[in-house]
Design a protein around this ligand. Structure first.
Ligand SMILES: [Zn+2]
Length: 453
């Protein structure tokens, strides 16, 4: 099978493939609309069954997971494809140039809510399999499908679902087509995510705000106390001083470092994009800091008065909201305990409130399977993929790497400017068909790999 043969199948079935995507996009499956969610899950199930995938709807305490299997006992390799069929809300509606649930093609782009995130990419994967079947019939690998309906709510029930169904979901590789490709237009392969820990610290010194003269030097100021506390937690170079914070951090491998230094880096362009003109570091440092190092970020502080008129008070309370991006293999629960211990030692009266967390994940970049996928993607796009050992943000990728113990690769099919979560979300037609072709070529490559190994 050649890429030209794939192209000819795509060309021949272009309208049918597009029609199937449009039907899917028309369903208003906003995560919180349970009626539309169920309708969408049903349509997805039918589409999957039409491909010969044994499909069932699996209930969670929230929206159902559409689970499918395409198995053949002669196959030695099992791929698990993950995606989501729920979409974000559409407001503000007046900023859309066309109805978000009436897909429309303009200037080579499919405009609709969910076009890029994630229905278009999900459908590209199904149609990639269909394309393979049309060319070859029987698949050379087993494929399992987990399509959830709560990703846009933060994948609330996915960890529990995966944990409960470990045996069912057993696979050799998890593959996700979600997110946006690189702005250079080169395919981007992501091997992990940073985790996150959110918490809040509240310092209360008096029952109410006090007169800053009448009680000055008597009632302690909670803002000063917050500053003192924060100074014990992080030094001026950004090092976190909480004991044991760095204990479990996995050192980047040589391959990780090589990949980081080969990512494109245009300092001037980045400066403009992030509005920070003082940026001054080389590309390798930039990517290492973004992907391999944790952060200690103050997201906000609240206390006292900052209005126009003088208000001479000693505030009674101060609250500081923190988020930390964590890297493999930091455990958010462990880090939170260490923070509690640190604060407790500073002052046991300070309240530390947990606000949520997500584990980091990282699939080792030197695994053979990573190279197999990278080659297959590169071949399909005729461009060398950029491989990033981790993305800076957070996703529940740990459910695959930690719960299943399976390597996980994220390969975004959507265009860089897909405007997901915003008005006029779109997927370039070229990216949709690129994704179909990429999936088809991946199935072929994994088949060859499992035969050889
Ligand atoms: Zn999204």
């Amino acid at each position: 099978m050649t890429l030209e043969e794939m192209d000819s199948v795509l060309l021949k079935h272009k309208d049918m493939y597009m029609g199937q995507l449009f039907n899917f996009l028309k369903i208003k499956s906003i995560s919180t609309d349970t009626g539309a969610i169920r309708q969408c899950a049903g349509v997805l199930k039918d589409d999957m069954e039409a491909l010969g995938i044994r499909t069932r709807m699996m209930e969670t305490d929230g929206n159902p997971v559409v689970y499918g299997e395409l198995m053949n006992e002669n196959n030695r390799f099992t791929l698990l494809i993950y995606g989501h069929y729920d979409v974000q809300a559409v407001e503000p509606l007046e900023l859309w140039e066309s109805d978000p649930f009436e897909p429309e093609i303009r200037n080579g782009r499919i405009y609709a809510r969910g076009a890029g995130d994630n229905k278009g990419q999900l459908m590209a994967q199904l149609l990639g399999i269909k394309t393979y079947q049309k060319l070859y019939g029987e698949l050379p690998i087993n494929i399992k499908f987990v399509f959830e309906g709560e990703e846009e709510l933060g994948s609330v029930h996915l960890p529990e679902f995966v944990d409960k169904n470990k045996a069912l979901l057993e696979a050799d590789l998890v593959y996700t087509a979600d997110g946006s490709s690189h702005n250079s237009g080169n395919p981007l392969i992501l091997l992990g995510v940073r985790g996150i820990l959110n918490f809040e610290m509240t310092i209360k010194t008096a029952d109410f705000d006090n007169h800053s003269g009448n009680t000055g030097n008597i009632v302690p100021n909670p803002v000063w106390k917050t500053i003192e506390l924060l100074n014990t937690m992080r030094d001026e170079n950004g090092n976190v001083l909480v004991e044991g914070f760095y204990d479990n951090i996995r050192e980047p491998s040589q391959t990780d470092m090589r990949l980081l230094s080969s990512l494109p880096y245009d300092q001037k362009d980045i400066k403009e994009k992030i509005g920070f003109t003082d940026l001054n570091m080389d590309g390798e440092t930039y990517y290492r800091k973004l992907t391999m190092e944790p952060t200690f970020n103050i997201a906000g502080m609240e206390s006292g008065y900052t209005g126009d008129n003088a208000k001479t008070i000693i505030p009674s309370t101060a609250t500081v909201s923190i988020d930390m991006r964590l890297v493999a293999d930091q455990d958010p629960a462990d880090i939170f305990r260490k923070i509690e211990a640190h604060v407790e030692e500073f002052d046991p009266d300070i309240k530390v409130t947990y606000r949520g967390a997500m584990h980091p994940s990282r699939t080792p970049s030197d695994l053979e399977i990573v190279q197999v996928v990278t080659d297959a993607v590169g071949e399909a796009y005729k461009k060398i993929p950029l491989v990033q050992p981790s993305m800076p943000g957070s996703l529940p990728d740990y459910v695959w790497t930690d719960y299943l113990g399976t390597p996980s690769i994220i390969m975004p099919y959507a265009n860089f400017d897909q405007h997901n979560h915003s008005p006029n979300e779109n997927l370039k037609v070229e990216n949709f068909f690129g994704g179909i072709k990429c999936t088809c070529n991946l199935v072929k490559a994994l088949g060859e790999y499992s035969k050889d190994s």
